[in-house]
Design a protein around this ligand. Structure first.
Ligand code: BGC
Length: 764
């Protein structure tokens, strides 16, 4: 009888847990202490940078005269026209700061541009375009009087192949992502806008990113080394570039919520990396008042969260110190002064769509940059017998739902996502895809569809078109020079993808290829798209990953298809032959029960590092992309910088920690140089890449790239400077970056597997 009773109790409690109603049944005690406590929050002082110091001294003088209520008011969100609005202090001339999405263009506004998504910018592998992207975005945010631009994104990095937000970042490699973070932060902040790098840290999946009826958020459980070498790495570049704010993330890390995780905020960010700016909560990511204040959160969004009057009370009763509150406010006000926003910064010009208002057109001539990045990030992965570029075709068949504009894109006018809304479970978008869904989607003033751009070209060439946007088995006209098939792969914030393929699109390609001997496929994808069901079909003669090109989509694609621009885009992720090749990194962890756990047991081995480790041949490797011309690589040389110190650890610092980390980490120790020659028939860009085997680390890690333009027969020397950080590993015992004294094999090539030259650096 007793046994039976206990069995039935167990069964009942199991059912309750499965439905999330047993939320309190599991103790949280075993999870305590997995994220080390780091207290108190280091006070911002301006660090070692005179400009920051000057901003701090102005801010501190004002904050010292503010009342408690005024200070608390600055640290919280308020209703307003922007995505986030801080509190003002009018008697000191501190305005309510306007915070706005998105990383690829101002969201939900009129007369703004829709830039390529960050994943597309990553695919350019072009430092200069990364800077100009940030600069143009910064100019638009500034033009609208937006103080804080919620960009750029380095988290998610792309650990999970089906991750819903991977397209918001620059690609699944910390160095590529870091270089882009650096360029975009410089570009945006040079315009006077405060950039907000997000999401700090380890927000690698969408499922259970927030607490809900099933329990707490997923916990990203990561070891110290992986945290530094993979996930914090690109944020270091943003910090080193001077980023003035950081957004903390939704999920838990080592069982402590991102916006109250003292190790991540007080420890890594504000101590190790000397961060001088302010930390903003992701929207509604604050889950405790006192804990978040003491862990290093500086402002809560979009409302008062657990602060507001509660923070006033916590200060009054001593649970949070005056010092901490002063530091929060000083950090926010100092960032405002640091970016000179008190000097002629435009008034906020952000409006809801249903209120008539003055037109503030901030587009300038950004369309040409958008078109340039669009073509530069277009990746040609198959080109049998030089099918592309098209040779003045007279007759084209054009097929597929991704060719034309979505029929009614403005489903949510306040988002203006152009149809690119949060659409749970969708694997494709019925219309050409230029960005992904959710808060990261832009607000295109127009979209040049592939159909429109191709039709313009055909008109010019006195040609003809036959199109079919709907049918899975469209009629092929025998006289056509080629059949162009457009498909896409959709992803959005709020959910992870359920597949990296879809049967309708694959069937469409098969059917066209069955009937058309010159089938060219264009894939607009918000991340990885597996294409093995048709890539080897002999009639599929060319394949292009068009990624997420922004408003000039069709124009930038036609530039490449017709050979006005030789393609040079490179895959910022690995395309596997089969989804199962991603192994445990294919899907996000669903996690059951009230305290779901996601163990990052793969450590450093994500994306190409995973394929290299397990010796899995991908369909197309990270860094891969074809050109219309050919390049030869010759004469590799390695030089040691004069006065370079190759001590194992950076020297002891006698100054406060500069933002971005120890200055020695950023010193160039070696420079690798090589000669590149365009040996082919046409001018074009090449993207030589440098990969290093750092001892005790993955066999290949990207540590250098350049996008180089060469006329036919032209040569150039390409140099890759290598900093101490580029060669170091994180020493978990010393809690410092360590330069191992050893041999470091290096390769220079056209992708992560297309090795052209090799050498060895001997560090001693
Ligand atoms: C997203 C952020 C975004 C914020 C404001 C959140 O849901 O995670 O990336 O900036 O909303 O829209």
């Amino acid at each position: 009888m007793a046994t039976l009773r206990s069995c039935s109790i167990a069964a009942l409690s199991f059912v309750a847990l499965a439905w999330g109603q047993g939320y309190t049944n599991e103790s949280e005690v075993p999870h305590y202490g997995q994220s080390p406590p780091v207290y108190p929050t280091p006070e911002g002082t301006g660090g070692t940078d005179p400009a920051w110091q000057a901003a701090y001294s102005r801010a501190a003088s004002i904050v010292s005269r503010m009342t408690l209520e005024e200070k608390v008011n600055v640290t919280r969100g308020h209703p307003g026209t922007c995505v986030g609005n801080s509190g003002n202090v009018t008697r000191f001339g501190i305005p309510a700061l306007c915070f706005s999405d998105a990383p690829d263009g101002i969201r939900g506004q009129e007369f703004v541009s829709a830039f390529p998504a960050q994943i597309h910018v990553g695919a350019t592998f072009d430092h200069d375009l990364m800077y100009r992207y940030g600069e143009a975005l910064g100019a638009e945010f500034r033009g609208k009087g937006i103080n804080v631009a919620l960009l750029p994104v380095a988290g998610p990095l792309g650990r999970v192949a089906r991750g819903g937000r991977n397209w918001e970042g620059f690609g699944a490699d910390p160095y590529l992502s870091g270089m882009a973070m650096e360029g975009v932060v410089h570009g945006a902040q040079d315009q006077g806008v405060i950039a907000q790098a997000k999401h700090w840290l380890l927000n690698e999946q969408e499922y259970r990113r927030n607490p809900g009826s099933a329990g707490e958020s997923i916990s990203s459980n990561v070891d110290d080394r992986t945290l530094h070498e993979l996930y914090a790495f690109p944020f270091m570049d943003a910090l080193h570039a001077g980023v003035a704010s950081i957004m903390c993330s939704y999920q838990r890390t080592n069982n402590s919520y991102g916006c109250q995780n003292s190790k991540l905020l007080n420890g890594v960010l504000k101590t190790e990396l000397g961060f001088q700016g302010f930390v903003t909560s992701d929207w509604a990511a604050q889950h405790a008042g006192v804990a978040s204040a003491n862990a290093g959160l500086d402002i809560v969004m979009p409302d008062g969260g657990y602060w507001g009057d509660n923070l006033t009370e916590a200060i009054t009763n001593g649970s949070v110190t005056d010092t901490r509150l002063n530091d929060m406010v000083t950090r926010i006000v100092a960032a405002y002064f640091h970016l000179n926003q008190d000097q002629g910064y435009p008034e906020v010009g952000v409006y809801p769509y249903n209120i008539q208002h003055e037109i503030i057109d901030v587009q300038a001539n950004h369309a040409s940059l958008i078109r340039e990045i669009g073509s530069a990030g277009t990746v040609l992965v198959k080109n049998t017998n030089n099918t592309l570029p098209l040779k003045s075709p007279r007759f084209l068949n054009i097929f597929g739902y991704d060719t034309k504009l979505p029929d009614s894109p403005w489903t949510n006018p306040s988002r203006f996502g152009g149809g690119y809304e949060v659409n749970f479970g969708w694997s494709t978008l019925n219309g050409t895809m230029i960005t992904g869904g959710g808060s990261g989607s832009s607000a295109p003033p127009y979209v040049v569809s592939p159909f429109q751009a191709l039709q313009n070209r055909v008109v010019q060439d006195h040609g003809i078109l036959r199109w079919d946007f709907d049918s899975v088995n469209p009629t092929v006209y025998a006289n056509a020079d080629a059949c162009l098939v457009f498909i896409n792969a959709y992803a959005s914030e709020s959910f992870d993808r359920t597949s990296l393929t879809d049967s309708f699109s694959d069937q469409l390609v098969h059917n066209v290829a069955t009937n058309c001997s010159n089938t060219i496929v264009v894939v607009h994808s918000a991340g990885i798209r597996v294409i093995d069901s048709w890539i080897e079909h002999p009639n599929v003669t060319a394949v292009v990953f068009g990624l997420l090109p922004g408003q000039e989509s069709g124009n930038s694609l036609v530039d490449v298809l017709y050979g006005d621009i030789s393609p040079s885009g490179r895959l910022p992720f690995t395309v596997a032959k089969d989804e199962s090749d991603y192994g445990s990194l294919l899907n996000s962890t669903i996690g059951s029960g009230p305290f779901p756990q996601d163990d990052f047991t793969e450590g450093l081995y994500i994306d190409y590092r995973h394929f290299d480790l397990y010796n899995i041949t991908p369909r197309f490797e990270f860094g891969y992309g074809l050109s219309y011309t050919q390049f030869s690589y010759s004469s590799i040389s390695i030089s040691l910088a004069a006065n370079a110190s190759c001590d194992e650890y950076p020297p002891t610092l006698s100054t406060p920690m500069p933002q971005g980390g120890h200055p020695a980490l950023w010193e160039t120790l070696y420079t690798v140089s090589t000669t590149l020659t365009n040996t082919g028939p046409v001018a074009g860009h090449e993207v030589p890449q440098l990969y290093i085997s750092i001892p005790t680390a993955p066999v290949r890690q990207l540590r250098g790239f350049e996008r180089v333009y060469l006329a036919s027969n032209e040569s150039a020397t390409v140099s890759f400077p290598l900093t101490r950080r580029d060669l170091s590993v994180w020493d978990v015992v010393a809690q410092q970056w360590r330069l191992q004294h050893s041999n470091y094999p290096i390769v220079v090539g056209a992708s992560s597997r297309d090795v052209r030259l090799s050498g060895t650096i001997n560090v001693s």
